[in-house]
Design a protein around this ligand. Sequence first.
Ligand code: BG6
Length: 483
Amino acid sequence: KNNISNIMVIFGGTGDLTHRKLMPALYNLKYQKILPENFAVVSIGRRDKTEEQYRKEVLESVKNYSRFDIDEKVWQDLSERIYYKRFDFVYDNGYMELSSFLKELDEKYNTKGNRVYYLAVAPEYFGIIVEKLYRHGMVNNETSWQRVVIEKPFGEDLESARKLNKIITDVFTERNTYRIDHYLGKEMLQNIMIIRFANVFFEPVWNRRYIDNVQISSNEIVGIENRGGYYEKAGALRDMVQNHMLQLLTLTAMEPPVNLDTESIRDEKVKVLKSLEIFTPEAVEKNVVRGQYAGYRQEDKVSPTSSTETFVALKVHVENFRWAGVPFYIRTGKRMPEKSTQIVIQFKPLPGILYFKEYKNLLPNLLVIKIQPEEGVKLQFNAKVPGAGDITIQPVNMDFCQNCQISNNSPEAYERLLYDVMRGDSTLFTRWDEVEYSWKFVDAIAEAWKDKTPDFPNYQPGTWGPKEANELLLRDNRMWWNV
Ligand code: BG6
């Protein structure tokens, strides 16, 4: 069962995700000789096209989105393993053909019945595809493995997520269910545990005694990019907070796991999500800010009176011994001044004697974990400005830039994630209970928002969101660090 040979079946083979992320990732894996020798891809879409056409389109995508140049030999070897099948996922006949086609390919590529079923389709099709795969005997083969990869969103609230999960886990076991959160595939997210647990100067101070607050931001310059249909229903809360932002928080706040096994790590992560305070409607009013950029309502497939949020800022506590009293501020938005994802740990001041007495304006120590586009770690501390006369103190930085010093060509999240599915490592995927507890947290906010019409739009594109987002911190005598 450890054999990584497989056929990857992509539902949604003509879609954006397949072209922008999945195919370039497969090419990159092939380029680095990581892709198994015995391998093929079957893309399924509803559009009519020949294999030749499809391969050409994939080549264009690989050219546009791969981090490596096209190597003729590598591309040749990959492209002849890419197949295209057209059928509508809701009808049975396509699945019957698929089943026998996959068996043929097993013979040709010696893939032994191993399958990755990748559902890169709209969420309403997740259930039906899984059921049909089962009905047509393409799952639960004793001598081989079959895994399913589910793209987000995993439900739109707790209830729908539960229903979806039931349908999927009736067919695939939890072990064979890979729920994607592509943030977990990013290099610097995988680095958070190492920074915390492999360094003596971080781990001992990583708690309420030394940390004043934590700020987790993911800012984007882009707007909703023609995704109006999807985004209107999701909003920033479901699109970013429920998954990516809470994963960032979880990795920052978790206890050290007892070992590095998949389930040990996930056990600690889920404890953080369980410890999140669940907001009352009053707390939502006070601690959660929503925003919409001016111009959103004029985007394609967006209602002219839409109350969908494109920005969220919130303050939450992790109610456990390590973090009691330490606010975690989360912020994410579209049409912000810059593209950046980072975690800022702000440390408490030292006792108010010596320098902290004399110099009222000393800045706090900061540890900044930069996730993207720059990858690295920055430590801000106080030092003397050289010179005779009165002492002047100013903040200085120790700066580790990973993409300047180690590599300027970090693997794409999807490379890592696709490879992990093939080798059966689900550490970087979301376990069901993580999904469950994050929806609990998010549902309380969505519920409180439902009955109140927000005063939208409330921020200009290219700004840091509505002014209430700043007030959220100012009120606590703090500020967002845009460092
Ligand atoms: C996706 C969201 O999950 O993440 C998008 O649906 C968002 O709206 C994207 O733009 C951000 O990802 P990244 O990797 O660019 O930070």
